[in-house]
Design a protein around this ligand. Structure first.
Ligand SMILES: Nc1ncnc2c1ncn2[C@@H]1O[C@H](COP(=O)(O)OP(=O)(O)OP(=O)(O)O)[C@@H](O)[C@H]1O
Ligand SMILES: [Mg+2]
Length: 363
């Protein structure tokens, strides 16, 4: 495999496309192991909870995000402005993407509601003395939660429908995730957020909240980090999620954050307005096996020769094409036996490893 320092080229982002079973997650797990060895942190957003064994094998942290879990993330957490950033700009851009999150949570907002929510968010922070004038170092201790926003909305006129829709997240079952202070530590070289156990309709919101939290971490302390967003279409399904992901990709370099976006279906990805921009801002592109249904699209988007097209149609698991800037090579992903033990998800292999462990234990 090509071992490549993505922080040495024009931007540290990567995209990976390939059909189901083509080896995308396997490739990313292998890459994660190698980045960890070279001292980068790795953060993974995991819609299938399939990176748990990897986290356990290397002493990483796995946070299970679900309505019954004890891991909480507060949507209102806010990045602490860096030396070259104005507090008011940070507050503003934080509010803009929080409106995006609420738009998803509330099932859409009309333009009037949009303006109300925006104002209410700023007031919710202001009520906790989080303003352009207050000292950003004190913000962390005073962050509001969802019910504080509800209270502000209740005191505004013409907000009955908004309050009613928000109640779903501040009371009852959903409040267990959406109405809490954060208690999740990012203090580990490998942190995985698994969202599989969350109701399907909540996953796009959860992914958004997780990514906001990661963004906060990345902007608050500078360190080489790789963020992997597996099955990124969950985030790309709606405009606001896609826009946030693109924002991360676009601004990542400054914060030493390399974002890897993984998707099965190129067509799905390209239906989002942010699909092409994310590709354009990812200097590394890895294409694995493609289906006949999408290959022509892929050929166009990546400007493939007919020979390359054949590689992607007929290649086996783990084979594909690697692009870095203008350069491209055919690749085959091969792990060492030890690496393979840590990252495989093949049921027979897992069983074999388990039995071997049992034998070793008995001997
Ligand atoms: N290069 C490889 N060498 C050996 N085994 C591999 C390789 N790539 C993938 N596998 C195995 O093939 C199976 C499918 O791989 P993987 O989970 O990475 O697919 P995927 O592209 O992520 O699919 P999906 O889109 O469904 O998540 C797994 O059991 C994995 O361990
Ligand atoms: Mg996968």
């Amino acid at each position: 495999m090509v071992l490549f320092d993505r922080f040495s080229i024009e931007n540290p982002n990567a995209i990976i496309f390939g059909t189901s079973g083509s080896g995308k997650s396997y490739l990313v797990k292998l890459e994660a192991l190698r980045y960890l060895m070279t001292g980068s942190d790795v953060i993974i957003v995991d819609p299938e909870n399939e990176y748990r064994p990897l986290a356990e094998a290397v002493g990483g942290a796995f946070h299970n995000i679900s309505l019954s879990s004890d891991s909480h993330l507060n949507p209102f957490d806010i990045p602490i402005p860096g030396e070259d950033e104005k507090p008011e700009d940070v507050l503003r851009s934080n509010a803009i993407n929080l409106v995006g999150l609420l738009r998803i949570m509330m099932g859409g907002l009309n333009s009037e509601e949009d303006a109300i929510i925006d104002q209410a968010i700023m007031e919710t922070y202001a009520a906790k003395d989080i303003t352009p004038e207050s000292d950003p170092k004190t913000w962390n201790d005073k962050v509001p939660i969802m019910e504080d926003l509800e209270q502000v909305l209740e005191n505004m006129v013409g907000t009955e429908s908004l309050v009613r829709r928000l109640k779903k997240f501040t009371t009852g079952n959903y409040a267990k995730f959406f109405n809490q202070k954060s208690n999740v530590s990012m203090n580990n070289n490998l942190v995985v957020f698994g969202i599989r156990d969350l109701e399907e309709e909540l996953r796009p919101m959860a992914m958004f909240i997780v990514m906001r939290y990661i963004w906060k971490t990345a902007t608050s302390s500078l360190k080489k980090r790789v963020l992997v967003v597996d099955e990124a279409w969950v985030m790309m399904k709606n405009e606001d999620g896609a826009s946030f992901l693109f924002g991360l990709v676009k601004r990542s370099r400054k914060y030493w954050l390399g974002v890897t976006t993984i998707t099965q279906d190129v067509s799905d990805f390209m239906t989002s307005n942010y699909g092409q921009p994310i590709i354009n801002n990812s200097a590394i592109k890895m294409l694995l096996k493609q289906s006949p249904a999408v290959i022509d699209r892929v050929q166009k988007v990546f400007n493939l020769t007919d020979e390359e097209k054949m590689i992607l149609l007929e290649g086996s698991r783990g084979e594909g094409i690697f692009f870095a800037g203008q350069k491209r090579v055919a690749i085959r992903i091969v792990a060492s036996p030890t690496e393979n033990q840590i990252i495989t998800t093949s049921p027979e292999e897992l069983l074999r490893i388990k039995e071997k462990k049992k034998r070793d234990f008995l001997e």
